[in-house]
Design a protein around this ligand. Structure first.
Ligand SMILES: Cc1ncc(COP(=O)(O)O)c(C=O)c1O
Length: 353
C-alpha cells in the first residue's frame, strides 16, 4: 500500500551530500558567525520577546527594517525560513494540476528541481550555451504553453556565477504572461537587482536570502519581494507562524548592525578577485568570472582528482560537473584569507604532482 502522492513514489528525498571537512568551501556559506558579532545586542532584544507567545512586536519591526533595507514598501514583502522555503511556497502557489510545470535555465540552482518536485510541479530546462548565455526566443518558446506556470531565472546564476543578460530578462518579463521568478540569492555580491521593477512588471517575483551576504545560513531566513497583490496570494499557501520569533529577533539585530555584514561582503568580493587572479595564474586551471561569493573552475581531466586531493587535505569544495556545459568543473566558496590561502596552496601542490 502506498499512502502518498503517486508522483512522490519515484522521487528521491532531497539530500545534500557534502564532505564535512575542516575548511568548508563547498556550500557558499560565510566564514563569519553572526552570533559572535551581535550576541550582546541580540540577547538584550530577546528580553522583550516571550517565546511562549505566538505574537510579538518584533515581527512588525523586522518587516519595517527589511522594507527599508530592500527599498520597497512592507506590503511588497514576505519573509520566512530561507530562500528555499520561499521557492517552495512560490512553486506551491503556481501549481494548478499534474500538467503544470516551470521553466528554468540549466545548469542552475539544483533545488529548483527538488522543491518543484516536492509540490508536484514539473520542470523543463533550457541549457545555457558555453558562454553561460541563452536564447531568449527558445526560452520563451518553452514557456509558451498553457501548463507553464512559472519562469525561473537565477541572477547571478548558481553554479555558473554570471549575471544573465539584463535585456533578455526584461524581454521575458514583458513577453511572458506568467509569473517570472528572479532568484537574487547572491544579490549583495552582484549589486544587481530588479526590485525597483515590481510595479512595472506585476508578474515579477524576487527571492532573496540571508544565508550568503548576511552570513546566516544556519538561521534560515529569506524573503520575497513582489507586487502586494502577489504577496497576498503567496501568503495563502503559507502556514501562519512559519517564521520563529527567535530568528526574527536575531535578523532584526543583524539589520541594525548591517554595516558589519555589508563590509564583510566587500572583503569577500576583494578576496574573490584575489583568488580569481591566483587560480587563473596556475597552469592547467580555467576559472570563470563571478558576480557571487564563489568561483567555478576546471582542472580539465584532472578535476576529479583535484577534488579528492583537496578532500584528503581537509578542504571541501563542490562538484558541479553533472551538466554537459560544466563537465570537469568544481565550485569553490570564497572564504577568509586563511582558508583561501590554504586552498590555493593545495591546488598548486596538486598541479605539481
Ligand atoms: C541560487 C540559490 N537560491 C536559493 C538558495 C537557498 O538559500 P537559503 O539558504 O536562503 O535557503 C541557494 C543556496 O545555495 C542558492 O544558491
Amino acid at each position: 500500500m502506498y499512502y502518498f502522492r503517486e508522483d512522490l513514489k519515484n522521487k528521491k528525498p532531497v539530500n545534500i551530500n557534502v564532505p564535512n571537512k575542516k575548511i568548508k568551501m563547498g556550500l557558499n556559506e560565510s566564514s563569519l558567525d553572526p552570533f559572535e558579532v551581535v550576541k550582546d545586542e541580540f540577547l538584550e532584544k530577546m528580553k522583550n520577546v516571550q517565546l511562549n507567545r505566538y505574537f510579538n512586536d518584533i515581527t512588525k519591526t523586522l518587516k519595517k527594517q527589511l522594507s527599508e533595507y530592500a527599498n520597497v514598501a512592507p506590503e511588497c514583502l514576505v519573509f520566512g525560513n530561507g530562500a528555499d522555503e520561499m521557492l517552495y511556497y512560490i512553486f506551491n502557489s503556481v501549481r494548478n494540476d499534474n500538467n503544470s510545470f516551470a521553466v528554468s535555465l540549466a545548469p542552475s540552482y539544483f533545488d529548483y528541481k527538488s522543491y518543484s518536485g516536492a509540490v508536484g510541479l514539473g520542470i523543463k530546462f533550457l541549457s545555457l550555451n558555453a558562454d553561460f548565455d541563452f536564447s531568449v526566443v527558445e526560452y520563451l518558446q518553452l514557456c509558451d504553453d498553457v501548463n507553464c506556470k512559472l519562469s525561473i531565472l537565477c541572477n547571478p546564476n548558481n553554479p555558473t556565477g554570471n549575471l544573465l543578460n539584463e535585456s533578455k530578462i526584461i524581454e521575458i518579463l514583458k513577453q511572458s504572461n506568467r509569473l517570472v521568478l528572479i532568484d537574487e540569492t547572491y544579490y549583495e555580491f552582484s549589486g544587481k537587482t530588479f526590485a525597483d521593477k515590481i510595479y512595472e512588471y506585476p508578474n515579477l517575483v524576487i527571492v532573496r536570502s540571508f544565508s550568503k551576504s548576511f552570513s546566516a545560513a544556519g538561521l534560515r531566513f529569506g524573503y520575497i519581494i513582489s507586487h502586494p497583490e502577489n504577496i497576498r496570494e503567496l501568503e495563502k499557501v503559507m502556514t501562519i507562524f512559519h517564521s520563529n520569533l527567535m530568528t526574527q529577533t536575531m535578523i532584526s539585530t543583524m539589520l541594525e548592525k548591517k554595516e558589519i555584514f555589508l563590509e564583510h561582503n566587500k572583503l569577500i568580493i576583494k578576496n574573490r578577485e584575489d583568488v580569481f587572479q591566483k587560480l587563473s595564474a596556475i597552469d592547467g586551471i580555467t576559472v570563470h568570472p563571478s558576480a557571487t561569493n564563489f568561483l567555478t573552475f576546471s582542472a580539465g581531466e584532472r578535476t576529479e582528482d583535484l577534488f579528492n586531493f583537496l578532500i584528503q587535505n581537509d578542504i571541501a569544495i563542490r562538484p558541479v560537473w553533472h551538466h554537459p556545459i560544466l563537465t570537469k568543473h568544481v565550485r569553490v566558496t570564497i572564504s577568509n584569507a586563511g582558508h583561501n590561502a590554504a586552498f590555493i596552496a593545495n591546488v598548486k601542490k596538486f598541479i605539481k604532482i
